[in-house]
Each structure stands twice: as C-alpha cells, then as structure tokens.
Design a protein around this ligand. Structure first.
Ligand SMILES: *Cc1c(COP(=O)(O)O)cnc(C)c1O
Ligand SMILES: [Zn+2]
Length: 405
C-alpha cells in the first residue's frame, strides 16, 4: 500500500502534464500553477472514510491524498485537525444560528500557513531541495522558515516592512535569511524572482502557487470540515482571500472527495472575502471576468489578504462560479468592529482576516444571500494573538493601594 497515491502534476490552465518526481514550479507550456493529481481509484481501494478517525490527529491522516511519498520525509509540528466550533451566541446575533468556525488559530506558527508549509517543506526535502526563497506578507514566510528549520532546509524570506512584526521575529528565531522591503508583496516577489534567476537552480522558488504542494497542505481544511461534519458538506464556506490558495485547495479537496464517492450532492457555495482596499477578485467577479487586474495602491489592516494580483485568480474565480459562490468586500472599520464582537460574544480572538469573513457572513445574511437555516463555516485563518494592535487597551492603572469600591 502506497503512503501517497500521487501520480503526476497537471497545469491548472492548459492541462499539460508534468513529472511530479522532480522539483517543479509553473507550467512549462503556459506559466500557470500546477496541480497535484492522484490515483483516486487506488485511494478508494486502500482506505475508507471511517479509517481516518483511527489515525494520527493531524493532517497527515490523509496521506494517500498528499504528495509526500515516504513517511520518513514528513516534517510535522502537529498541524491540522483544528476545532470546528459552534458560534451559537454570535451566530444568533447575526441571524445564523448554525454558524461554525474552523479555527486555524490553534495551529503551529499561529496561522493556517502551517498546513502549506508542512506539506511543501516535506515534499521539497524529499525531492532533494536544500535552499528555498519566497516573498510573503508575513505568515507564510514565518511558517516556511520554522518548518524549514525543522527539516534542515535553508530559507530566504522577503517581506514588506510593515508586515506583522511577530512574523518577522518568527523568521529570525528560525535562523532564516530575512529581508524587508519598503513596498508590497508584489515588490518582494520581484526581488525573490531575481535571486532565483541568478541562483542557477540552487535556490527553489516557493512563492504562492509557484510550487504545487502548498495547496495540497491547505486543501486538508476542506477534508477536515467534511470529516468533522460526519462526511457531510456545509451549505456555505467563507474564506478571507489573498492568494486564494486555501479557497482553491478546499475546492480541489471537495472535488476529490466527491470523485472518491465519499460525499455527494452540490458543493458548498464558496465565498471569497476581500478588504475594500484590496479587492481584485471581487472586482473581476462582479465584472464577470475570468482573471483579475492588478489592484493599484492596495491597503488594509488584514495583511494576509493584501495581494494585488493573485497568480491563481482564474482558479479562484472558477471555484466561485462552479459552486454558485460569490465575492464580497468589507472595510477595515467593519472587520475591526466584527473582531471585537466575535471575541466578546464567543471568547474567540480571531485574526483580522478571519474577522473580515465574519463581517461578510453578517452582510450576506442581511442581504438574504445566505438563508437563516443554512449551515455556514467561517475560516478563521490565524490567531488573534499574532495581532495585538487590533485591540488597543485603555484600562485605568490603579495605585498600589487602589480599590474598585
Ligand atoms: C495568507 C493569509 C490569508 C490568505 O490566504 P490565501 O490562501 O493566500 O488566500 C488569510 N489569512 C491569513 C491570516 C493569512 O496569513
Ligand atoms: Zn499550462
């Protein structure tokens, strides 16, 4: 029985096949992201849904549907199987009593980027890669630096100077080669691109969707949601969308599970949530376009979704179209306000990106796009603890002999 049933890589745009047994970046024919393909008949023959519950409580329980060939190559910090929490009180307040939160705040490195890093780093090491480089808005760089350290890989990380400070410290703690740029992730991307080109193949590019395995790690959120609901799908999933890897990954996972015959019926309506200050996907969706255009002057406190031109935009828009989903914006003011309400009503301090998805759930319920009886899952993609500045403190300081009465 094979640990992985990976067969090959396939271009997400033109379908060209690529060899999965050597390092690959974009499609050699058209420059689009590559997607991992599996022998699903072999998966179906070797495992059934009930088996997973008996396995390790992390994302590696789905190893047949992941690209790492050997269990010895797995680099793990215990990522995955995060809680799917009922949000009854807050849900009642916004008119969605069946609201659930998939809480990725409880994962190593404090954001769901750990899933992509665990699988991407493991596969890179298995393929003999020794040095990685990537641009990041913070969380991905932190996760790849820390998982890279665990796997013994060298990492070069380039991030905007105003990315969340904690992510910078995570890179330094891991011993990564960290550089800051006075610009956006797109500027960091150009700098990394030059390094890769000059390295003569010695540095591997792990930019978002420029290597095929990060998405495989992130797709496990979709499998987990289904497993946690007893091999059923919810009606709607809301996802704070930057590069869109998680949304593309969840869509890919649900299609694989449906092809396996482990779930049936229509897929959940997927919702791409963006900030009003950076909404290339929403703009393209509303115009009925199949690709996005670069969003000039992008700006939002939800740093993880500040991506002016996602490389996988066409895959995001396809996932929305195929699931009868939608795309919506929220303002920074709305998401910061929502963050406080979620914490005060549920005791969960979510990240600003997660708060954006909650604000979108409220809006879509108010507009009637989501019905009151629907089961809705909001992805909270990171821990609120990573963003202390979202909650200013103005508590009075008592004198040492002070009293409250
Ligand atoms: C990266 C990130 C996102 C966006 O993820 P994509 O898969 O790139 O769309 C959302 N939230 C947080 C906290 C992130 O770090
Ligand atoms: Zn192609």
């Amino acid at each position: 029985m094979s640990f992985s049933q990976l067969t090959h890589l396939e271009c997400g745009r033109c379908g060209a096949e690529h060899d999965s047994e050597q390092p690959q970046n974009l499609c050699k024919a058209c420059g689009s992201p590559l997607l991992a393909r599996y022998d699903l008949a072999a998966v179906r023959d070797s495992v059934s849904p009930g088996d997973f519950a008996l396995r390790s409580p992390d994302l590696w329980r789905y190893h047949e549907l992941l690209p790492v060939r050997s269990p010895q190559a797995v680099t793990t910090l215990g990522e995955g199987l995060t809680p799917l929490l009922p949000m009854a009180r807050y849900g009642e307040r916004i008119g969605l009593p069946r609201l659930l939160m998939k809480d990725e705040g409880l994962i190593p490195t404090g954001s769901f980027k750990a899933r992509g890093a665990a699988v991407g780093v493991s596969r890179a090491a298995e393929l003999g890669i020794e040095r990685l480089a990537m641009p990041t808005n913070g969380n991905a760089g932190a996760a790849w630096a820390l998982y890279g350290a665990r796997a013994g890989l060298a990492t070069t990380i380039v991030m905007p100077v105003d990315a969340p400070e904690i992510t910078r410290r995570e890179c330094v703690a891991s011993g990564a080669d960290l550089h800051l740029v006075d610009g956006l992730i797109s500027d960091a991307g150009r700098i990394v691109g030059e390094l890769i080109a000059a390295s003569g193949g010695r540095v591997f590019d792990t930019s978002t969707l420029k290597e095929p395995y990060r998405i495989e790690g992130k797709k496990t959120m979709g499998i987990e949601i289904v497993e946690q609901l007893g091999w059923r799908m919810p009606d709607v999933i809301l996802y704070p969308t930057g590069g869109g890897v998680g949304l593309i990954g969840i869509h890919k996972a649900l299609n694989e599970l449906r092809e396996l015959g482990w779930i049936s019926g229509p897929l959940p309506r997927l919702v791409a949530v963006q900030a009003e200050g950076c909404a290339p996907i929403v703009r393209a969706f509303e115009a009925g376009e199949q690709e996005s255009r670069f969003w000039e002057g992008s700006r939002t406190v939800a740093f993880g979704i500040n991506v002016p031109k996602p490389l996988g935009d066409f895959l995001i828009l396809k996932a929305l179209a195929e699931t009868s989903g939608t795309a919506v914006t929220v303002t920074d003011g709305e998401l910061l306000d929502e963050l406080r309400q979620v914490a005060a009503l549920e005791g969960t301090w979510v990240c600003p990106e997660g708060a954006a998805a909650f604000a979108a759930a409220r809006k879509l319920r108010a507009s009637g796009w989501i019905g009151a009886d629907e089961q809705v899952v909001v992805l909270n993609t990171g821990a609120g603890l990573k963003y202390p500045a979202t909650v200013p403190v103005d508590a009075p300081v008592l004198p040492v002999d002070g009293h409250l009465v």
